[in-house]
Design a protein. Structure first.
Length: 392
């Protein structure tokens, strides 16, 4: 099956999550991704969080399939020369260092397009290439904090907390993919390469477009988690979530399901504004009733009234769900040592293009010799680069 990005060569200088999720997405759909890492150290995600699992731990394995690995010392003239030779045959260069790092290495956009005028040079950062925060390192939690996402809690009394999943990294990584694909389409039509830039900060602002527009135009707070009939509630055995919206008089439906008097007839809860005003009391009544029976009982009753609802699952429960299996979201494949890697598949579904694992996540420097040979280096030159510690 012809993959949409077959024949596209991506030179990947990224690490941790934002960049690697972008380049893995490209690789899943056919791009030839060459991952550049530091000799001896590698991608930061090879170490740290799950360091006891070794350099090929789940944090790294989750985001680095369909890439060939080259370990290259970019701090040396010889290492930069190797990188330049790779840029010469690449279509896309991707990095997520702090702004200015690629330029200091002699691999910035102007440097790259002198080598290859058709190059698409894509960079992800924390805050963008300029401005008062540009010097700061890009990290998911900082993206949440500086953008206002972290401060927007589901209840005014709820403590501010770090979101438990790296939403800034993932979102910015997908924006990076979008920018690269748009640039490839533009080049297909015009022959011109270009620079693509995204940041955690911009991506976190972008996912708040509705909330930001409400604030900018009317100076009002729009918080979906604070809607009076939406929230998580404890039952006798777990929790469920109710979305009391998108229906005419959803409170009436909820009350019918919970076998309560029609609270929408109560002046305190007669319309959305009154429900907002008396949200605490309304939720107290609903919570007390839900706490009397099991989640399964209430889900059946609520669904009979066509109320949007669902159980609040753990990740382990979601992974074991039949829906996850039906959606083909679990991916298994052996690594180079025969160990089975179990991870999440691409969420994109296309009728004529199916993602496939062509290359397992590489060991550090696993494909260095192969890639350099393809780039025109002789066996003797490769041996010398290895002996000098330029290549691992």
């Amino acid at each position: 099956m012809m993959q949409p990005l077959a024949g596209t060569v991506v030179l990947d200088f990224t690490q941790v999550m934002m960049g690697p999720i972008a380049t893995q997405t490209l690789g899943d759909y056919g791009a030839e991704v060459i991952k550049i890492e530091r000799p001896g150290m590698g991608d930061l995600s090879r170490r740290g969080v799950l360091a006891h699992q070794g350099m090929d731990n789940p944090v790294f394995l989750a985001l680095n399939r369909n890439k060939r690995g080259v370990a290259l010392d970019l701090g040396t003239d010889a290492g930069r020369e190797v990188a330049e030779s790779l840029i010469a045959r690449a279509d896309v260069v991707v990095s997520n260092f702090r702004p200015g790092v690629m330029e200091r290495l002699g691999l910035g956009y102007e440097d790259a397009r002198r080598i290859n005028p058709r190059i698409i040079w894509a960079a992800g950062s924390g805050f963008g290439p300029s401005g008062p925060y540009a010097h700061k390192g890009g990290q998911d939690v900082l993206g949440q904090a500086y953008s206002g996402v972290m401060k927007r809690t589901p209840d005014p009394d709820a403590p501010v907390a770090v979101y438990a999943t790296a939403i800034a990294d993932y979102t910015a990584g997908q924006h990076l993919v979008q920018g690269i694909l748009l640039a490839l389409l533009h080049r297909e039509r015009t022959g011109e390469g270009q620079k693509v830039e995204v940041s955690l900060y911009n991506s976190m602002l972008a996912i708040q477009a509705q909330e930001a527009t409400a604030r900018l135009m009317y100076d009002v707070e729009l918080n979906w988690a604070m809607m009076p009939l939406t929230g998580c509630f404890a039952t006798t055995d777990s929790e469920l979530v109710i979305i009391g919206a998108f229906k005419e008089n959803p409170l009436q439906r909820i009350c019918a399901a919970l076998e309560l008097p029609d609270l929408s007839a109560d002046p305190r809860f007669a319309d959305l504004e009154e429900q907002r005003e008396n949200r605490a009391e309304l939720r107290r009544i609903i919570a007390a009733r839900l706490g009397e029976r099991t989640t399964a009982y209430w889900l059946t009753a609520l669904e009979e009234q066509d109320v949007l609802c669902g159980p609040v699952l753990t990740l382990a429960e979601a992974l074991a769900s039949e829906q996850t299996e039906v959606n083909r979201m679990l991916l298994e494949f052996p690594d180079a040592d025969g160990r089975i890697i179990r991870t999440i598949a691409s969420p994109i579904r296309m009728s004529n293009s199916v993602p496939e694992v062509r290359v397992v996540p590489p060991r550090l420097g696993q494909h260095s010799e192969q890639v350099l040979s393809e780039s025109g280096y002789s066996d003797e030159q490769i041996r010398r680069l290895i002996a000098d510690g330029i290549v691992q």
